[in-house]
Design a binder for this molecule. Structure first.
Ligand code: KG4
Ligand code: ZN
Length: 341
């Protein structure tokens, strides 16, 4: 079974080929020019996907040593994401499916992230607790089976990746903010971190990051009045303190959930799963509760088409069929599972 996966939901164009569930190629082309604008510009993103998608598909086929006619299944991200960007990959996939006369599977981007753990040698075991941390979403889920995913909690405001991006912008560290904050935080030499507050939400598994963002902003205004007045050392201290608080806000809720629900493993997925401190702290939590922990390799934390192809393959193998009328959707919508809120 040879699967082609396309991912164009935001600022990464990615094409992957799987053969019998094994990754033959996973090419990712990042649209770095958005950093000049301090964030993703939707229209520029769609145009860049249009330009790069076809050459990237050709390269992926070559790398996988597979010809287009051998493809058995065509999968593409249908949402959530930027609508114009989604339409590029989704429409291309529909056209390809029609011309090859091979089935087409639209994939929910978040489900793709959830299944990125299955691309690793050590796979998650059902039921597993899944923390999805990306630029657009922060979700805590229990994945009971391929078609039963229960939402325990979500962010009530900013996604954690968004908080990293905003604080990075505030500190003049650029976009994307996660890696920039992490790099600068690693340079911190002060042993005493600034104590920023962690929000307590009404529902025990929900998250909130906008208060933390405001606390950092207030701290800067009170202590320095202006960003220009902050030394490099203090920038590193603020970045490290913010990162520590954001990570703790996530891990303490994961810990609460482990205590309450009988799960066989834990999985950390999404762009922010690349964060070293978060990975380290979750390893500690998993050791404490003797749970298997699956965190994808860095290549599969951010947006990639291998996770889309893999989730699409599972949906297909489970007998799901999708029409070419399937529409792209910008918001979080479940297309195949029980997403209990
Ligand atoms: O999953 P992803 O690639 O795209 C979305 O679907 O949103 O996640 C991108 C997010 C960005 O907010 C980026 O700043 C964050 O992941 N990120 C990180 C790190 N690397 C990427 N956040 C914290 N630490 C990192 N090392
Ligand atoms: Zn993503």
């Amino acid at each position: 079974m040879k699967v082609l996966g396309l991912e164009t939901s935001c600022d990464e164009t990615s094409v992957s080929i799987l053969e019998n569930g094994e990754i033959k190629s996973n090419l990712i082309s990042s649209q770095d020019f958005h950093s000049d604008f301090g964030g993703v510009v939707p229209e520029l993103s769609s145009r860049a996907h249009l330009q790069i998608l076809l050459p990237l598909i050709k390269r992926a086929l070559k790398q996988g040593n597979i010809s287009l006619n051998e493809i058995d299944l065509v999968c593409a991200t249908a949402g959530p994401g930027l609508i114009g960007a989604l339409l590029v990959g989704l429409t291309f996939a529909k056209g390809l499916s029609f011309s090859l006369q091979k089935p087409f599977v639209p994939v929910n981007h978040i489900e793709g992230h959830i299944y990125s753990g299955f691309l690793m040698n050590e796979k998650p075991e059902f039921p597993f607790l899944c923390l999805v941390v990306s630029g657009g979403h922060t979700l805590l889920l229990i994945v009971k089976s391929d078609d039963e995913i229960i939402q325990l909690g979500k962010t009530l405001d900013d996604a954690v990746g968004e908080a990293f991006d905003k604080i990075s912008k505030l500190l003049g560290l650029g976009y994307p903010g996660g890696p920039a904050i992490q790099d600068v935080a690693n340079k911190n030499i002060s042993s005493k971190l600034i104590e920023f507050p962690i929000a307590q939400c009404k529902r025990e598994f929900d998250f909130s990051f906008s208060g933390l963002k405001t606390a950092v902003l207030r701290f800067i205004h009170t202590e320095y009045q202006n960003i220009q007045n902050i030394s490099k050392e203090d920038i590193a201290l603020i970045a490290a303190s913010f990162q520590k608080t954001a990570v703790l806000a996530l891990t303490r809720i994961v810990e609460k959930a482990i205590k309450k629900f009988p799960v066989n493993s834990i999985s950390l997925v999404g762009g922010v799963a690349a964060n070293e401190l978060l990975r380290y702290e979750l390893i500690e939590v998993s050791k404490k509760y003797k749970k298997k922990l699956v965190i994808p390799n860095l290549e599969y934390c951010g947006d990639n088409a291998a996770m889309i192809a893999y989730r699409g393959l599972r949906l297909h193998q489970n007998g799901n069929k999708f029409s070419l009328d399937y529409k792209a959707f910008p918001g979080l919508k479940a297309n195949s599972f029980t997403f209990i809120d």
